[in-house]
Design a protein. Structure first.
Length: 370
C-alpha cells in the first residue's frame, strides 16, 4: 500500500476512510473557511471531530450556513492564546490526529493589528505544540502555515522548503516565526529519532491563495467579486497583474489529509515542511482570475483601483512542490482555471444548500464512498 501513488490512494475516498474512520481528530480553526470544508470532509470520512476556534465573524460565514455544529463531536469556542484551556481540551480528547488551521489570516488586518497577529499565529502555534507534548495517544499533527513564509524578492523563482524564511507584512512574518517555532519543537520534543518515547509525528504544510465556495472574508478577491456582483458594481482590483498560485480549497485539504495518512503509516519519515501548490507553469494574474470567474458566473465587471500609499503586497509568489511529489507522491488534481470555475459554480448555485454544494464537489473531487 505504501507504494501506491497519490492518484490511486487519495482520489479513491475509501483509502481516506480506512485511515480516518473512528479516529479522534482535533481541528483548530474549524469555524473558518478552510476549516468548515475540512470538517465536512472528516465527518464524511467517519472521523470524530473536536473543533477549537473563535466563533464565526459573520452570520453568512460558511460554518453558519452549513450548521457546522452538526459535524463536530464537540465545538469549543475559545482562543488559542489561552494555553490552559487549549491544553485541557486537547489532552482530554486524546486525539489520533491534529490539524492546526486556526490563524489570523488576513494580510491587511495584520497591518491594523500586528501584535495580535503575532500572538495568534506565532504564540498560538507554540501553545498548540506545547499542549501536544502531554497527549498520551500516538498522534500525527499538521501545523498549517502559508506560502507567504518565504523572504520574497519577487524574482520569479519558485520557493523550495529550505529557502530563507521571512516576511514583509506582519501576517507573513508571524507565519515565518511560527515555522521556526515548529522546527524547534520538532527537534527538541518530537525528534523522529525518539519517536518510541514521545509518539508524536509533526509536520508543517505551506499552501496559500486558496479559493472556493463559501468564503466571505474581507479583503479576498473571490468574496470581493461576489459582493460586487450582488451590488451590481465593478469589483476593484488593487493589484490586477499580481501572480498567485491559485488553488481550490479541496487541493490543500486533500494534501493535508493524504500527508497525515502517510505519516500515520510511517510516523518517523515525514517530520518536516512541505509545500503544496499548483504546477509551476499554472500561473494566472488577479485579472485573469476575475475574468474567468465573471465569464463562468455569467455577469460582473471590474476596474483597477491602484491607490497611492497602498499597503505592500507581494506581486509574485510561486511554490516549488517537487518535494511533496517526490517523497509522498502528491500532485495537484486541478488547474487554476478549473479551480476558479468550480468556485464560480458554487456561488452561482441558488438551488442547493451550502452543505449540499460542498458535498457535491467533495464527492466529485475525492470520489464517492460505496
Amino acid at each position: 500500500m505504501g507504494n501506491k501513488t497519490y492518484l490511486e490512494k487519495l482520489v479513491t475516498a475509501e483509502y481516506l476512510r480506512s485511515v480516518y474512520k473512528g479516529k479522534r481528530v482535533f481541528l483548530t480553526g474549524h469555524t473558518g473557511f478552510k476549516g468548515a470544508w475540512m470538517m465536512q470532509i472528516l465527518h464524511w470520512l467517519g472521523a470524530d471531530v473536536k473543533g477549537y476556534a473563535l466563533a464565526p465573524e459573520k452570520e453568512k460565514d460558511l460554518y453558519n450556513q452549513i450548521d457546522g455544529d452538526k459535524f463536530c463531536y464537540s465545538s469549543i469556542t475559545e482562543d488559542l492564546r489561552d494555553l490552559k484551556k487549549l491544553h485541557g481540551e486537547l489532552v482530554r480528547f486524546n486525539p489520533h490526529f491534529v490539524f492546526h488551521l486556526a490563524a489570523q489570516s488576513l494580510v491587511r488586518r495584520s497591518y491594523e493589528q500586528p501584535a495580535d497577529t503575532f500572538m495568534v499565529n506565532t504564540q498560538g502555534t507554540a501553545h498548540m505544540l506545547d499542549a501536544l507534548r502531554d497527549v498520551e495517544q500516538a498522534c500525527v499533527a499538521l501545523m498549517i502555515t502559508t506560502d507567504k513564509v518565504y523572504q520574497n524578492p519577487e524574482r520569479g523563482t519558485p520557493f523550495k522548503e529550505d529557502d530563507k524564511l521571512g516576511g514583509y507584512d506582519p501576517y507573513s512574518a508571524s507565519k515565518a516565526a511560527a515555522e521556526i517555532v515548529i522546527e524547534s519543537y520538532q527537534r527538541s520534543f518530537f525528534n523522529p529519532a525518539d519517536f518510541a518515547k514521545h509518539r508524536k509525528s509533526v509536520a508543517s504544510v505551506r499552501a496559500g491563495n486558496v479559493i472556493g465556495g463559501g468564503d466571505f472574508s474581507d479583503d479576498r478577491i473571490i468574496p470581493d467579486i461576489v459582493r460586487s456582483i450582488e451590488f451590481d458594481q465593478p469589483v476593484g482590483l488593487r493589484n490586477p497583474k499580481s501572480i498567485r498560485p491559485w488553488q481550490h480549497v479541496l487541493e490543500p485539504i486533500g494534501a493535508y489529509l493524504f500527508l497525515a495518512a502517510r505519516m500515520s503509516e510511517q510516523p518517523e519519515a515525514y517530520n518536516t515542511a512541505f509545500n503544496f501548490g499548483p504546477d509551476e507553469n499554472d500561473m494566472l494574474t488577479v485579472e485573469d482570475l476575475t475574468n474567468i470567474f465573471i465569464e463562468r458566473f455569467g455577469r460582473g465587471s471590474y476596474a483597477a483601483t491602484a491607490q497611492h500609499g497602498a499597503l505592500h503586497e507581494a506581486k509574485l509568489l510561486l511554490l516549488d512542490s517537487s518535494k511533496a511529489k517526490r517523497t509522498i507522491g502528491w500532485q495537484p488534481q486541478m488547474d487554476a482555471k478549473t479551480a476558479i470555475e468550480w468556485t464560480a459554480d458554487w456561488y452561482a448555485d441558488k438551488e442547493h444548500t451550502a452543505h449540499e454544494k460542498c458535498m457535491r464537489q467533495i464527492k466529485e473531487y475525492f470520489g464517492d464512498i460505496n
